[in-house]
Design a protein around this ligand. Structure first.
Ligand code: NAP
Length: 477
């Protein structure tokens, strides 16, 4: 019987496994619903899929990769990097693929969790670490007539590689981080491409260079990582301290539009009217050039209806298409509505979260002993690499586990008052930040307009606050 169950074998779950092994734990299993590891970097295979955080920073601090081919690594390379890490640190043998977790129930008498898989298997660990990530449940728009479409339709995270886009008439709905990567690729193949944009994004150029040979010199990956960390961290000043300090960011994005979009009508369409940073700033060199192409048409009116072989715009125009690609992102906060997690006293996690999702340091919850959420509430980032946050959280969980053994205790959970005080401070800071004040709508906010996803400040503040779990904030049992 494994003492710790980790759910998910992406960046988060693998990091947890690696650090557990380094700390001397061997009695854990990683359950992964897919047939291979990598999480989002296994699932997303759309053309052009690459990281928009520089790779020296989008990797584990303890396993720098001198072999990145580019400054922004493509998806297959990131997936291979994770597979290499799993192998090198002896984690692969702990992973069970094709095992999807259905429910988690806490057994108060046995002080154990019952983890039930979709297949009906039951595991009984002492602790559960969720590494399921926030961006994996595709979000599809609700457009009248969608189900009547007779052509090919798929979401960007479920790319249909069996479908040849060459010579086809294609509609893309959504212009977010995924779409700006695959649209330029689709535009090269499709006969005609109609892109439906609801809100334009602020987009800066992507310094996507091939990694120079000098990067492989001893000490270079670490030096470059440190430099990238501080450059990215500086962006938090404008996002979290005062949006007026983002002037340089806006200037860079406007320069990209001026340089790449000669047509004034298209320029007006792609220029955002909200404060930069309110939505994730995107990086691309080929998005605007793709929109300039003769076979590409950017539409800013919504899709009113989908028919058997066409989409109908809100202006009433019917556009015949062979395929529709949804680049409409993921369910983030609302994806948790479907989590089946029951804590002490039969309490469902949704009841605990009836006023919105919260956790202590984004990781632990009162009433849910020994349950740890990686990338839990308010641990996402708008300005730096989330891999950094994962590593910090993993260190925090290890510190909680150490506290258990130091005190010869079996269970740990946060004191409700500690969690509330922590979240009050956090939300107070967020209320002034660009994500709330910048005049945009984004998946960072829940349906009450409260930011439940992002950490409000510098990442080193999160590190300083969590690196050692404080006994006075927890109840040990
Ligand atoms: P996204 O950024 O949330 O973009 C979704 C797009 O679909 C937006 O343009 C949105 O418009 C549009 N949309 C959503 N619902 C719609 C509807 N009902 N009707 C019309 N348009 C609709 O999603 P994503 O591009 O998949 O990216 C999600 C996140 O994944 C990113 O923010 C990022 O964190 C991550 N990601 C990262 C990378 C990377 O390189 N590291 C790459 C891809 C994705 P509105 O803007 O108006 O809502």
């Amino acid at each position: 019987m494994s003492e710790i169950v980790i759910v998910g074998a992406g960046f988060a779950g693998l990091c947890m496994g690696i650090r557990l092994r380094k700390a001397g734990y061997d009695d854990f299993v990683i359950l992964e619903k897919a047939q291979d590891l990598g999480g989002t970097w296994w699932e997303n295979t759309y053309p052009g899929c690459a990281c928009d955080v520089p790779s020296p920073m989008y990797s584990y601090s303890f396993e720098l990769n001198k072999d990145w081919s580019r400054f922004f690594a493509p998806q297959p390379e990131i997936q291979r990097y994770l597979a290499r890490c799993a192998e090198k640190y002896g984690i692969t043998k702990h992973i069970r693929f094709g095992v999807e977790v259905d429910t988690l129930e806490y057994d108060e008498d046995a002080l154990r969790w019952t983890v039930t898989t979709v297949e009906g298997e039951e595991l009984r660990p002492r602790a559960v670490v969720s590494g399921v990530g926030a961006l994996h449940v595709p979000s599809l728009p609700e457009i009248p007539g969608m189900e009547s479409f007779e052509g090919r339709a798929f979401h960007s995270a479920q790319w249909d590689h069996s479908y040849d886009l060459r010579g086809k008439r294609v509609a893309v709905i959504g212009t977010g981080a995924s779409a700006i990567q695959f649209v330029p690729e689709v535009a090269k193949e499709a006969a005609r491409l109609t892109v439906f944009q609801r809100t334009p994004n602020w987009i800066q150029s992507k310094p996507d260079i091939e990694m120079p040979a000098a990067f492989r010199l001893p000490g270079m990956p670490r030096a470059v990582r440190n430099a990238v960390y501080w450059v990215l961290e500086a962006r938090a000043v404008g996002f979290a301290v005062d949006p007026r300090l983002s002037g340089l960011q806006k200037w860079m994005a406007m320069r990209q539009i001026k340089k790449q979009v000669p047509d004034p009508e298209l320029r007006a369409k792609v220029t955002p009217d909200y404060t930069i940073g309110c939505k994730r700033i995107l990086l691309s060199n080929d998005w605007y050039p793709a929109l300039n192409r003769d076979n590409v048409d950017l539409r800013t009116e919504g899709v009113a209806e989908i028919r058997a072989n066409s989409v109908v715009t809100e202006a009433g125009e019917e556009i015949e298409v062979d395929a529709i690609i949804y680049g409409t992102g993921f369910k983030v906060v609302d994806a948790m509505d479907h989590w089946k997690i029951t804590g002490r006293g039969g309490q469902k996690i949704q009841e605990t979260w009836s006023d919105g999702i919260v956790a202590h340091h984004g990781t632990t919850l009162p009433g849910f002993p020994n349950l740890f959420l990686l990338l839990g509430p308010n641990t996402g980032l708008g300005h730096n690499s989330v891999v950094f946050m994962i590593e910090v959280q993993v260190a925090h969980i290890l510190s909680c586990l150490r506290m258990l053994s130091d005190h010869k205790a079996t269970t740990i959970e946060p004191r409700p008052e500690a969690m509330h005080a922590y979240n009050e401070r956090l939300q107070k800071r967020l209320r002034k930040a660009v994500w709330n004040e910048g005049g945009c709508n984004s998946w960072y906010l829940d349906d009450q307009g409260v930011n439940r996803t992002l950490w409000p400040g510098f990442t080193f503040e999160y590190w300083a606050a969590t690196r050692k779990a404080r006994p006075e904030e927890y109840i040990l049992g």
